[in-house]
Design a protein around this ligand. Structure first.
Ligand code: C2E
Ligand code: CA
Ligand code: CA
Length: 819
């Protein structure tokens, strides 16, 4: 469109110009045709000696046009100039096209028309300001010629810029500025050369013979200057383009490479082919709208590059990472410089692609290791940590109030499988369990291995219909189904076996508890399932309270042991049934709990026995008991103190030494200390217990068998472990009046003790009748509410004193009573 308009303008100008009457002097020695011929030649020469440089938007030519214009304005009537320009430039460009770069005809027409139009306008401007034809150059005339030249420059630059802008769809400003800046130096030179030529012609045309060398020099200067400019621009663009390659993903690098090469080389198309690690090839190209297009391609062969193409293999070390193909415009075929730049750019691109590939691999490895961090390597299920994280995520995602179920599964007898069949069999069993669970789990459920033989399944698809109990019913049914499916017989290490599990089930509303809490509850339920011997149990908050409470209790015990005034002893004397004299005092622990009130041993002894704090607790009780005993010993009372020992304390080899130390500290002779142990302890036949008991006895400490008669065993242990006292359990004392068996046990125990030289103390004597019966059965000592309830430590001294004194004054009070 633009070309057509310009062409028409040029033609019109040519025609109009030729019709303007030529005002040549009548005595002109040079024929008019020759003058016209010279003008055509000047215009042609100006184009043939052109210099070209590449810009981001394409090639820009610099010609001697302005010089030719000035000379022609002097040589021929202005009206002839368009015609001369048309002919001269047309011929020159046609010749160049035929001999060198084979341009399309339309381009030659465009260039010729542009230059002709510019010439016409320039001639109009120049002649409007002065009369240059055959006139000696005066400053005024020089100015008119310069103005004409400026017009020529602006018009050609504008047309060139407009053309580039139209072709590449870029704004016109930047290419126009680049073209003007590139042309400025040559323009000034052109005007000067034109004026000099005119001046020489005026003086003596022969001077012109001296002109070629300076012109040649000038041309070289232009060339040098342009090349330096271009060089600078190229390298700056090169630096920008390679810097842009600095990306971490293939697409980013390839996209930057395509965009960079397009700008850097003023290329028509740029292909970046990438050889991927897996052997496939991928090609990136930019479409007309500037969008990056990519697709898989066949591995490119050794295809010869096209006539205007450069291809650079992208190689790092000896790995081919891709290929870079740049197609140059026909008007700007690649030269040495382009080859060099392409090689350097290609190397940078190769390195960037290689880096991106390495990075991708690294990402893969990182992904793998983060996979490993959240997955159990044996079963591939998520591990505990991930289970907690993802479970919480899932709970957050669900609608508030949507029921969820957590199933905690523990494989029964897994340890036995591991121990008897080996770890490989154990692993096989776990993998099989995981696989079966995986097959049961539905999409959206979260299945994980928490460690060991524990698996968890978070069921998020619990139907929310029905009554309040419906979700739990559903979860329990699911749990039972799972237990059944897991129990299907299978072969592990050549043995047929079935995977038996205990499943703890908890149901909660999303948002009501986090996964840690759900796991805790499911764990309690799971233990209930194990205890109950069934395979499935639901979480029962009533049982949870007890267990959480025990945990709290243990924490509080730590404080109590440090506080000194919370754990106190109640002391209960045992008396001689014959004399009423005190035979001993039993220390019974009480907890004056700051919040819970007074606690009896039944409220806290069990958890303490099973905790880490048993040792500290035992030492505490012993210390208190011995300090009380030391106190009454100072009053001259020779009464031993009995301390209850938990079975587990006897597993502690350091116990005898600790007791010896306590005795020393309180200066209580060992025989004044009686340790009450239960029958079951003695029965356990553990070597360490025998050892501890033997050591204690060798120290002189007395031993009593507590709750005698309640154990299942025979009495043979009495021959194995020497003791000093038997305490007949309260249950026999209660029943002996009505039950001949109970009475027989008491009688036998008393007889046996007598045989072995042991004391017998009856426990829990509440009535005078029981006291009498015991005496008749031969029992010598008793303890119980009938005599004394357990009392505070500050009372015991006085009570013991009274007992001793009255025993001493009333000899045989019981026999007196009973007689
Ligand atoms: P135990 O060794 O059989 O202690 C006797 C228990 O019977 C005591 O209960 C005592 O208060 C209670 N009792 C005494 N006379 C009568 C009676 O006439 N009628 C009835 N109904 N009960 C009577 P307590 O103090 O509640 O102790 C319970 C158990 O706790 C003890 O049974 C003992 O096994 C254990 N225990 C107490 N203190 C300690 C201690 O310091 N360490 C350890 N390890 N266990 C202790
Ligand atoms: Ca006892
Ligand atoms: Ca007892």
């Amino acid at each position: 469109m633009l070309t057509l308009a310009v062409a028409l303008t040029a033609l019109a100008a040519t025609v109009v110009g030729l019709t303007v009457p030529a005002s040549l002097p009548p005595d002109d020695p040079i024929p008019a045709v020759a003058r016209f011929g010279l003008a055509v030649g000047a215009f042609a020469l100006a184009q043939l000696a052109r210099l070209r440089f590449r810009t981001a938007a394409g090639m820009v030519s610099i010609t001697w046009g302005e010089a030719a214009l000035i000379v022609c304005l002097y040589l021929v009537p202005a009206g002839w100039l368009p015609a001369a320009a048309l002919l001269g430039t047309g011929l020159a460009w046609t010749a160049m096209s035929v001999l060198a770069d084979r341009r399309p005809a339309v381009e030659i027409v465009r260039i010729t028309a542009s230059l002709t139009a510019a010439t016409a306008l320039a001639a109009t401007v120049a002649t409007a300001l002065g009369q240059p034809l055959l006139a000696a150059p005066t400053p005024g005339l020089a100015l008119a010629l310069a103005a004409g030249s400026v017009t020529y420059l602006l018009v050609t630059a504008w047309l060139g810029g407009a053309q580039l802008a139209l072709r590449h769809g870029v704004p016109m400003g930047p290419p126009l500025l680049v073209a003007l800046r590139g042309k400025l130096l040559m323009f000034v030179g052109n005007v000067a050369v034109g004026l000099v030529v005119v001046a020489l012609l005026e003086i003596d045309p022969r001077w012109l013979l001296l002109l070629p060398p300076p012109l040649w020099l000038l041309q070289q200067t232009y060339r040098h200057r342009l090349r330096a400019d271009q060089e600078r621009r190229t390298w700056r663009a090169f630096a920008d383009a390679t810097a842009a390659l600095n990306q971490l993903d293939e697409r980013g690098v390839a996209g930057a490479a395509v965009a960079g090469a397009l700008g850097l080389f003023g290329a028509e198309t740029v292909d970046v082919a990438v050889a991927r690690v897996d052997g496939s090839w991928w090609r990136y190209r930019m479409d007309a709208s500037g969008r990056l297009r990519d697709r898989a391609i066949d591995p490119p062969g050794r295809a010869e590059p096209g006539p205007h193409e450069l291809v650079r293999a992208l190689v790092v070390g000896d790995t081919t990472v891709g290929a870079l193909r740049v197609r140059f415009p026909r008007s700007g075929p690649p030269g040495e410089r382009e080859r060099d730049a392409l090689a350097a750019f290609g190397d940078a691109l190769a390195a960037a692609l290689h880096d991106a590939a390495t990075h991708a691999e690294l990402r893969l490895v990182t992904a793998q290791s983060s996979y490993d961090a959240v997955h159990d390597p044996l079963t591939g299920l998520v591990n505990r940590r991930a289970m907690l994280e993802r479970g919480d995520e899932a709970l957050r995602r669900l609608a508030h109030g949507q029921p969820v179920a957590l199933l905690l599964l523990d494989v029964n007898q897994f340890k036995e499988v591991n121990d008897t069949l080996g770890h490989a069999a154990g692993d096989q069993l776990l993998r099989l369990t995981a696989a079966r669970l995986g097959a049961i789990a539905r999409p959206g459920d979260l299945l994980g291995r928490l460690g060991g033989d524990e698996f968890a399944l978070l069921v998020t698809s619990v139907p929310a219909v029905g009554d309040r109990a419906a979700p739990l019913t559903y979860a329990l049914r699911t749990a039972r189904e799972i237990a059944e499916r897991l129990a299907a017989p299978t072969e592990v290490a050549g043995l047929r076996m079935s995977v038996e599990v205990a499943v703890g089930v908890v149901v909660a509303d999303a948002g009501a508890a986090d996964l840690t809490e759900l796991l805790r509850r499911a764990d309690i339920a799971m233990y209930q399932a194990k205890e109950g011997g069934g395979s499935v149990a639901a979480y029962d908050s009533a049982r949870d309270d007890a267990s959480t409470d025990q945990l709290a209790l243990l924490a509080e015990l730590r404080e109590a042991l440090a506080a000194d005034d919370q754990l106190v002893l109640a002391l209960q004397p045992a008396v001689d049934l014959a004399t009423g004299a005190p035979t001993g005092v039993e220390a019974l622990i009480r907890w004056r709990h700051p919040r819970r009130g007074l606690l009896n041993p039944a409220d806290f002894i069990r958890p303490v026995e099973n905790s880490e704090q048993l040792g500290a607790f035992t030492r505490y009780v012993l210390d208190k008991a011995l300090s009380v005993a030391a106190e009454w010993a100072r009053q001259g009372l020779d009464v031993p103190i009995s301390v209850n020992l938990s079975a587990r304390s006897l597993l502690d080899r350091s116990l005898p030494a600790e007791i010896a130390d306590a005795l020393r500290r309180h200066q209580v002779p060992p025989r004044r200390l009686v340790l009450e142990i239960t029958e079951t302890v003695v029965m356990s036949e553990l070597e360490v217990i025998d050892e501890v008991l033997a050591t204690l006895r060798s120290m002189g400490v007395q031993l009593a068998v507590d709750d005698f008669g309640t154990g299942f065993s025979s009495l043979t242990f009495l021959t194995r472990i020497a003791v000093d006292e038997l305490k007949v359990d309260r249950s026999f004392v209660i029943r002996m009046a009505d039950s001949p068996e109970a009475a027989a046990i008491v009688r036998t125990t008393v007889g046996l003790a007598h045989e072995l030289g042991l004391r017998v103390v009856a426990e829990g004597v509440e009535t005078a009748e029981q006291r009498l019966t015991l005496a008749e059965l031969g029992c010598t000592a008793a303890q119980g509410y009938h005599f004394f309830k357990p009392m505070p430590a500050d009372k015991i001294g006085a009570v013991l004193g009274t007992l001793r004194d009255s025993a001493a004054s009333n000899v045989f009070p019981l026999r007196a009573d009973g007689a």
